[in-house]
Design a protein around this ligand. Structure first.
Ligand code: IFM
Length: 452
């Protein structure tokens, strides 16, 4: 049995990682522009000033996607490209860029899937408290109003926020991502609440402005666990570790999806509010409770858990020498079976893998081609597991490979390559890797190539 007939195969990118920075062409600075200037913040001291120069080369990139058989493209909009200071005056050239890009995609037969926020917070918003300022969700809704009025007739699906766990966990807890802050638990929880409100208000605006029946969702990290064995006890332990939380962690999925899908926080979070300096306002939970049309999840790997002696889930170490990507992330294809299975049980919406892929150190071989068998093997294994979830009754609706092309990998700079297309950053020449041609055949066969 194949993937569903209407399954969406796509690729994903993000504005700061590929476009080139808006502040150099009349837009505003983002927190990433400022963070990259800090000595030691980025592994190779690079930045997103030019990145893949997609801002100037988007026509060429659309043509390349078409050549590679890509039918769905998940891009993100840069908030400071459209509103240089985050609110108020629009930079028309910035908005026109996305208007033209969407048209160009459609001309090439590619459906656009738009993420409103993939981490490039306008720097002026940061100066006003950013995710700690209770007004940020209103500013985000205003920004949504502008872009959805302009693009709301042509986008196939919208995602409000990408990976809130990461932009808050790494940006505000460990400080390894922009803006490089290290906040305490109460502030982190407050920032999370404001991010949830941003999702809610933005989804409300989208629902009233889109005119083409587009779907609305979001793309948190699909944090999940894999049972260490087939025993009922281990499966239950993995289910619990995925779907429940008993203490605060910015990474935990129920912190994010329970409020959005059910309008309630997990019990342990409600307890924290009782003693918190910050308090949600009356009506906030109704605003947050904008149920997505699909369950978006970015999944790369997952820990293995078993039922511990006290019945609680216990994380097992991965075996010595197991397959790992260049990030040292473990290769755990079963994450695409168990994650979707558990999510579907609890949240009941069709699952879209909004990101999945791996970073490698690819280079052009002596024959001039870029051979990346590990990527093909990795993607095959993950796709098979996602398909298996579908066979077991989970509604599987789409899969977006991360990423279309090599790009700026945040604090790691350009050293990790996630693309199906190799980018020579000196010349900006794009060369499809073996995996790009293989993925073209995956799409063309609706996944059969990956299953056989
Ligand atoms: O490059 C990132 C992307 O921006 C968000 N998800 C994970 C990818 C790989 O680290």
């Amino acid at each position: 049995m194949s993937f569903p007939a209407d399954f969406r195969w796509g690729v994903a990118t993000a504005s700061y990682q590929i476009e080139g920075s808006p502040y150099l062409v009349g837009g505003g600075h983002s927190v990433w522009d400022m963070f990259c200037k800090r000595p030691g913040a980025i592994h190779d001291a690079s930045n997103g000033d030019v990145a893949c120069d997609h801002f100037n080369r988007y026509r060429e990139d659309c043509a390349l996607m078409k050549e590679l058989g890509i039918e769905n493209y998940r891009l993100s909009l840069s908030w400071p490209r459209i509103l240089p200071t985050g609110r108020g005056t629009i930079d028309q050239a910035g908005l026109d860029f996305y208007d033209n890009l969407i048209d160009c995609l459609l001309e090439h037969g590619i459906d656009p899937h738009v993420t409103l926020f993939h981490w490039d917070t306008p720097y002026d918003i940061y100066l006003q408290g950013s995710w700690l300022n209770a007004d940020i969700s209103k500013w985000f809704a205003d920004y949504t109003e502008i872009v959805s009025k302009k693009l709301g007739d042509r986008v196939a699906s919208w995602m409000t926020l990408n990976e809130p766990q990461v932009f808050l966990g790494l940006g505000y807890e460990t400080g390894s991502h922009a803006p490089g802050d290290k906040l305490g638990q109460q502030e982190l929880l407050w920032a999370s609440h404001n991010a949830l409100l941003a999702h809610g208000r933005s989804a409300q605006v989208l629902r009233s402005n889109i005119t083409n029946g587009a779907q609305i969702g979001w793309a948190p990290v699909g944090v999940c666990s894999i049972p260490a064995s087939d025993s009922a006890a281990d499966i239950e332990a993995a289910r619990k570790a995925t779907l429940e939380m008993d203490s605060f962690s910015i990474w935990s999925l129920p912190l994010w999806n329970d409020p959005v899908f059910f309008g309630t926080y997990p019990e342990c979070i409600n307890k924290l509010w009782e003693t918190s300096y910050y308090k949600p306002a009356e009506g906030d939970m109704q605003i947050i409770n904008q149920v997505p049309d699909f369950f978006g999840a970015n999944i790369y790997n997952a820990p293995r858990v078993r039922a511990g002696a006290d019945g609680k889930p216990e994380v097992l170490p991965h075996p010595q020498g197991m397959a790992r990507t260049i990030y040292h992330w473990p290769v755990t294809p079963e994450a695409l079976y168990w994650g979707p299975k558990f999510f579907y049980e609890k949240y009941g919406k069709p699952i879209v893998i909004t990101e999945n892929g791996l970073g490698l150190s690819d280079w052009p071989h002596v024959d001039g081609k870029i051979h990346d068998p590990q990527r093909i093997d990795f993607l095959t294994r993950y796709m098979r597991e996602f398909h298996r979830a579908g066979q077991d009754g989970v509604e599987i609706a789409g899969y977006f490979q991360w990423s279309l092309m090599d790009n700026f990998e945040w604090n790691e700079g350009y050293r990790f390559r996630f693309g199906l297309v190799y980018v020579d950053y000196e010349t900006q020449v794009r060369t499809p890797k073996d995996s790009a041609y293989w993925y073209r055949d995956v799409i063309g066969s609706n996944g059969d190539i990956a299953l056989s």
